[in-house]
Ligand binder design. Structure first.
Ligand SMILES: [Zn+2]
Ligand SMILES: [Zn+2]
Length: 218
């Protein structure tokens, strides 16, 4: 069976995890969160011999979407974002200023992400879950392949921690609802690619993440 390709590279000063998810047989790829370093991501896509069909964003914080316009020019692909993050999308300049990053143009969007959307990747599907809390439009992507789930959680879930909710439209009750009601419903052995830092699994976080066990309160 032709292999699935998964490359995750931290990009930009905030080291956002950008993932290239490719299907060897069809030669197509979906790119998650090209937040910065667009030429480097594009070079990797080319090296892997892939053609980008979609660019999807877990949310519109600038470290996750800031490199998308340049990346789309280099590699193509349809860009999409959840409508809940429209305000953040329209204020990349303000975000850049507050975080101390250089300002960048906003990528032209081709579509809205909605709960239940499914993107084709060589016959497998990448499914969209709307998981608000870190931002109003935060989404989690779940790929099911050969009975195993791979989860792209953005800044909703980190290894041993969760995303902050004290920025522009963050909501701590909502993030807990998204985590407990949606992410923790996924399989124990589901691999989670987080927005920053190391990967983890749903099972490990369900058992040990202090925000999910309730040991720590927001
Ligand atoms: Zn964020
Ligand atoms: Zn982030």
């Amino acid at each position: 069976m032709p292999a699935m390709i998964l490359k995750t590279i931290p990009v930009g000063p905030l080291q956002c995890n950008c993932s290239i998810l490719g299907d060897e047989a069809s030669g197509t790829a979906i790119v998650v969160d090209p937040g910065d370093d667009a030429p480097r991501i594009a070079a990797l896509v080319e090296e892997l011999g892939l053609r980008v069909t979609h660019i999807v964003h877990t949310h519109a914080h600038i470290d996750h979407i800031g490199g998308s316009a340049e990346f789309k020019r280099l590699c193509g692909g349809e860009a999409s974002l959840h409508e809940g993050d429209q305000w953040l999308y329209e204020h990349l300049d303000m975000q850049a200023q507050m975080i101390g990053l250089r300002a960048t143009e906003a990528v032209a969007l081709d579509a809205r992400l909605e709960e239940g959307d499914r993107f084709d990747l060589g016959g497998d599907k990448l499914e969209v879950l709307h998981t608000p809390g870190h931002t109003p439009g935060s989404c989690t992507f779940v790929l099911e392949r050969e009975g195993r789930q791979i989860v792209f959680a953005g800044d909703t879930l980190f290894q041993g921690s969760i995303g902050r909710t004290d920025l522009w439209g963050g909501d701590s009750a909502q993030i807990l609802k998204s985590l407990r009601g949606k992410l923790m419903e996924l399989d124990d052995d589901a691999e989670v690619i987080t927005g920053h830092g190391p990967s983890t699994t749903i099972g490990v976080e369900r058992r040990t993440n202090p925000f999910i066990t309730g040991e720590l309160r927001l």
